[in-house]
Design a protein around this ligand. Sequence first.
Ligand code: SF4
Ligand code: SF4
Length: 304
Amino acid sequence: MKLAGPRSLPKAAFRYAVRKPMIEWQVCGVCNYDCTYCIQSKKSREGHPSPEETETFLKFFRGLPGAWEVKCSGGEPFAFRGFTRRIVPSLIDETPHTISTLTNLSAPLPVLLEFAERTQGRLGIVSASLHLEWTTPEEFVEKAVALREAMDPKARLVVNEVLVPDRLEEVARARALVEAAGLRWFPQVLKTKHGRFDYTPADRARVEALTGSDPSPREANLAPSYQGRLCWTGVEYFVMTQRGEVWSCRTARRHGQGFLGNALTGEVVLRAAPKPCPYGICPCTTPANRGMIEGVGLGAREEA
Ligand code: SF4
Ligand code: SF4
């Protein structure tokens, strides 16, 4: 296994870059929830790496030049024991990378507190997704507050919530509870396999009341289009599946494009330069919020 590509750029380019190199790693497919609006098919919400595959992934991370943010998602990463038992300790002890995670926060509180303890000084963001089909906002907020109090003070915890059609009043109530507890709430429009969900006119007004009319990628995920803008995904950002496939971004993967190799079975070759985005939807705010897209989020500051 070998990684080639952007690390050959001159060091100065990185010193002054606003972009923050990042990997979104789908650690496992398995999830203990089954949300009706889940964008991942049931078939893909299964499995996790074997112990041998886990070691190959860890070798890949040890071999990555520089310090990356490794955002571990699933499925549900905490539903895979290897995540807390092997992956987190190894990333902390054997690599310089920062760990972030996307979790439904369903793990028992002692497990979450142990994660908070283990990642002190090395935690980026905990994106905690609130799914009202599986928990109450009260139970979720109590856990989120306990986790935030225990975790690295420099790290951030953000509560994500999908704006589920026909349930927007419940969503608004949950938002009030989240914000009253001093937590940040981040709304996401519902996405489908083909794009954005088409809300009814009544729900559209409710959605706008919850997101604001022109939110930044830090305030809400409206799955906009950045078609034509230069995008550094594939250069300093990539997504990796539980089977080791590496893709430049989620949308590219959906179109069967932007394949960069396989970290488990072969070589990963990153792009040497950014490319204009060819897609009509950018469903995830993470690339924008790491400065990967020209003129958006952190990338906007770079131009200023
Ligand atoms: S918690 Fe996330 S991955 Fe699991 S079923 Fe719900 S939306 Fe899908
Ligand atoms: S702008 Fe979004 S959809 Fe387009 S290439 Fe970049 S990450 Fe992918």
